[in-house]
Every structure is written in structure tokens, then in C-alpha cells.
Design a protein around this ligand. Sequence first.
Ligand code: C2E
Ligand code: MG
Ligand code: MG
Ligand code: MG
Length: 280
Amino acid sequence: LAKDRGRARYEVFDDDLRGRIERRLDTELALRDAVQLGEIETWFQPIVDLQQQTVVATEALARWRRPDKGLVSPGEFIAIAEEVGLIKGIGTTVLGQACRAATSLGGRMAVSVNVSPRQFVQDDFGVFVKRMLKETGLPADQLWLELTESAVLEAIDSAARTFQELRALGVRLAIDDFGTGYSSFSHLRSFTVDLLKIDLTFVRDVERSDHDRAIVEGIVRLGDSLNLDVVAEGIETTGQRDLLTEMGCRYGQGYLFSKPSPVVFPNVHFGDLLEAASGD
Ligand code: C2E
Ligand code: MG
Ligand code: MG
Ligand code: MG
């Protein structure tokens, strides 16, 4: 009897596992053709100056439009793309779309593009970005590249040169999800960046949690003393916005202002920001 029960459990486990493996293989297979079939789209979310109430840049965020499954979020395919070696194609597509979109705005607004570790470690990444800027006509200072600390860590040997190349181009470099990775401080010492993006997990409870408020305050102060711009991610409420502004955080991003949108310059749901967006 015990043996039967054990076996039944195995079968349930097998079904579950088989289902997951099948879905994963299905995703992988479909992802292989996604770039070729033009299924990778770039959406945009504004980054705003909290005090001036203006839009200073827009972040490019990948979306995968699967014919039978609708719009797929990066959380469901970026990690897989990295694992199976498809991230370069996707990254190139998004970078190209992002640069072209920003160019179409007449170079008035910067675009911030996420770069995966795999892209960053390719030793010709600097050359690749240079070529992309030339091809799309985007001025280098209108391109921001967002790296995670793990990207920097993985590229530790080649990173120094790539960093130099990108800085020489005049591209702005940001550390994304700041505070969630390892040894943030040693990275800041070895590599010069321009921006820190405070991870949204710290912003979420900034009003309720003394702990999170202290961390956010610390990052803002660090940015001040190192002369880096700081962007708070995931601002959803006016309370969060006001507190961050009070703390001296200059830039913000989040659903309060706008959700990611397929339009490069979406209306920003924030009083004066709307004017700033439609005016020049
Ligand atoms: P990220 O770069 O840290 O982007 C911020 C994520 O937070 C985005 O999710 C954005 O839609 C979401 N977000 C923005 N404001 C709010 C808010 O107020 N509340 C909440 N709860 N969420 C907010 P998304 O678009 O699903 O992207 C997830 C992650 O996928 C990104 O995190 C980034 O790491 C990665 N990713 C997206 N596009 C690309 C890409 O083109 N290349 C690479 N390598 N990674 C990408
Ligand atoms: Mg980002
Ligand atoms: Mg982030
Ligand atoms: Mg994130």
C-alpha cells in the first residue's frame, strides 16, 4: 500500500515536472525564431525629474508578442534567453529599436537600455554600441546603458576596457537594481558610472519601514558624495514620491507617472509633467 502511494506521488511529480519541461522547451523553441519573426517589441517607461517635474529619459523594456499567447513579460523570457544564448539577438533588437525611437524624437530625450551580462562580456561590446549609434544617428550622450552588478562582476576582466570604450563614446552608464547585488561599493570604486537606480523593493516600503528608508537615504547620500544621479524605481504613490523628493532623490520612475507603454513618449499621469511632455 505504501509502495502504491509512493508511486502515485511519483506520477504526480512526474506530470508536474513533465509539464514544466514541456513548457520550457516550447518557450525555448518559440524564442529561437522570435527575433527573426519580428516578435520582439520595445516598450517605454519615462524617467522623471521629481523636482522639475519633467521627463528626462525613457527606459526601453523588452516585450515578446507571441502569436497565440499574447504579450510576454521579460521576467518570463530574458533569463531563458541568456541561458540558451539568444540574448544577444534580443538585446540587439531592443537597442536598435530604442535608439531609433529616441532619434525620432529629435535627440531631445535620452533612452535607457538594459544590458544583460552576456551582452556586456562580449569583447566587442564597445565597438558594437559605437556602430549602433552611428547606424541610428543617436548622439552618444542620449544613450544610457543599465548594467546590473552581476553583469559587472561577470565581466570583471574585460569590463575595464569595455567601460573605458563606452565612456570614451560619451554613453552614460547606470547600475540597475542597486542595492540588491554583491559588493556594490567595490564596483563603484573600480568602475565609474553616472547613475544609480535604487531597486524598487526598497522603494515599495519606504514609507512604512525605517529599515528601507535608511537604505534609500544611504544610497541617495552616496550618490551625492560620488556625484552620481540617483533614480528611484517603482514609485506608485504620491506618498513615496514626496518622501523620496524630500530625501533629495532627484529622479524617479514608476506607475505613478506612467506604466511601460508601446508609445515612446506616453502621456505622463502627473499634472505638470503632462505639460512638460507636450511642450518643448
Ligand atoms: P528593470 O530594468 O529593473 O525594470 C524595471 C521593471 O519594473 C520593469 O518590469 C517595469 O515595468 C517595472 N516597473 C516600473 N515601474 C513600476 C512600479 O511602479 N511598480 C512595479 N511593481 N513595477 C514597476 P519589466 O518591464 O517586466 O522588466 C523586468 C526586468 O526585465 C527589467 O528590470 C530588466 O532587468 C529586464 N529587462 C527588460 N527589458 C530588457 C532588455 O531589453 N534586455 C535585458 N537584458 N533585460 C531586460
Ligand atoms: Mg532597468
Ligand atoms: Mg531595476
Ligand atoms: Mg529589476
